[in-house]
Write a protein that binds this ligand. Sequence first.
Ligand SMILES: [Zn+2]
Length: 410
Amino acid sequence: MSIHFQIEARSGAARSGRLITPHGEIETPVFMPVGTLGSVKGVSQDILEELGVQILLGNTYHLYLRPGVEQVRNLGGLHRWMAWPRALLTDSGGFQVFSLTDLRKVTEEGVTFRSHLDGSSHFFSPERAMEAQIGLGADIIMAFDECTEYPADAGRMRASMELTLRWAERSKRHFEDHKQEVPWPKTHLAPDGPVRGSLHKPAHRVERSSAAFVAPASFLDSTQSLFGIVQGGMDRELRKQSAERTIAIGFPGYAIGGLSVGEPRALTREVVESTLEHLPSDQPRYLMGVGTPEEIVEYANLGIDMMDCVLPTRAARHGLLFTSEGKISIKQARYAGDEAPLDPNCGCRVCRRYPRAYLRHLYAANEVLAQVLNTVHNLSFYLDTMRAVRHSILLGKEAGSPCVRSRPKP
Ligand SMILES: [Zn+2]
């Protein structure tokens, strides 16, 4: 057993449930913060735990270049290396590689690309992407796909979708043949019943994490789970075909890829909605690279279970903060004398403690603490938004605007 997904409540198309992984449970729908290089920039793991983050995303492309897969594998995999006992997901590296427009060459076999760091030449294929992701050892890993650019003509969209399907088969074959090579220490799980305790607790050290790793005994011989990715550009018929044929290959979960690539938001929604009709209702559905607080609520209401986006963390580093009263650009001079908390309706450690005037000063003075505090608040806002969405689904209501806490629905 590797993952187990159970839906506990439905409201319209939305569902709320639990995704149980070898490194802990995730309440869905879930927003996954992005830890590109093994860190959510500016925020330490203990704070992420305190915020209630249950799963983090890592980028295979970046980790492959730095520090390198072998390095992480030799240290026991990502969980151990980055001291993160909870669940992890890695992307396949495809999306980043395809963003290197001038630095890549695609063939049937795979993609040759140049590192954005030093220009060195590398090759990714479905097999190489699986090898890298097995070495990194996240709980959920992704098939190697081609992210179709936007706009693309009909012929190009079809050819790209067909290539992704052939790569999905190769990804699965390689994964099935090599999944036992995941570098997870097998000794951290007791043979009889759930285990509580740090994932990698050396006898001479204090337990590393209060938010203990909990896993059922059935995970003793667990492996990673490989998700398939539906492509097909912005064409509804191609999306349907891609969904049906990816399902025929067979994966424990499905992602919708190739969106948020510059298309209008209304089109994103249309493609998501039409693709969802063709995905199994009892398996996790992951929408990659989305979105604003409003969008994550909207997509959860459509029946998406998992989402990730760099927006809350990246925007925070640029002083753009999401609040229950709308977006705030903390760099503005009008906050220089403002004693109010960033968001009066937010209970996060930043809003409980600091006035806007101080946050504005930190940002203007380019203090490192500005990035830390801004990121903590934005992540907290996203996580609270998803908590409110899950609560609404459990009550049988459609979730309203983000941070429902401030504007409770009657
Ligand atoms: Zn806050």
